[in-house]
Design a binder for this molecule. Structure first.
Ligand SMILES: [Zn+2]
Length: 134
């Protein structure tokens, strides 16, 4: 059980005050990959408006290189689209504290992101840019 990022139980962190601070392993345009030193899980991180002050994390199950290849498609636009949809999928089963933080953010952003409009599946298909699963 990872005490740092709690990846064994969580796939998303909302913009909570206790969001873990993890070291950066890759940087794109307003989007980064972080790696937990304790369990080595990769997390996609991005700060959302207003003032880029609402950070979210979601698990990235694949390699840094694969994320970089998706980012290279259109300077990160597809990564951001995937991330926002992934947050809506993961929030569906998130801890109450993450959902609450996301709702506070939603109020603050005037409902711009709607991360509590949960989705069953991520509609953004990255498969063309990823290696086939083993
Ligand atoms: Zn961890």
């Amino acid at each position: 059980m990872c005490m740092t990022c709690r990846s064994d139980r969580k796939r998303v962190w909302g913009p909570r005050t206790d969001i873990p601070e993890l070291p950066e392993v890759w940087v794109g345009r307003w989007i980064r990959l972080l790696r937990c030193l304790e369990c080595e899980t990769l997390w996609v991180a991005s700060p959302f408006e207003p003032y880029a002050s609402f950070p979210y994390l979601v698990v990235w199950d694949r390699t840094i290189e694969e994320f970089a290849s998706v980012h290279a498609v259109d300077d990160g636009a597809l990564c951001h689209e995937w991330l926002q949809a992934e947050i809506r999928v993961r929030m569906k089963t998130a801890e109450l504290a993450d959902i609450d933080a996301s709702r506070r953010h939603d109020t603050r952003s005037g409902g711009h992101y709607g991360f509590d409009h949960f989705e069953e599946e991520n509609p953004v298909d990255l498969s063309a840019y990823l290696k086939p699963s083993p």
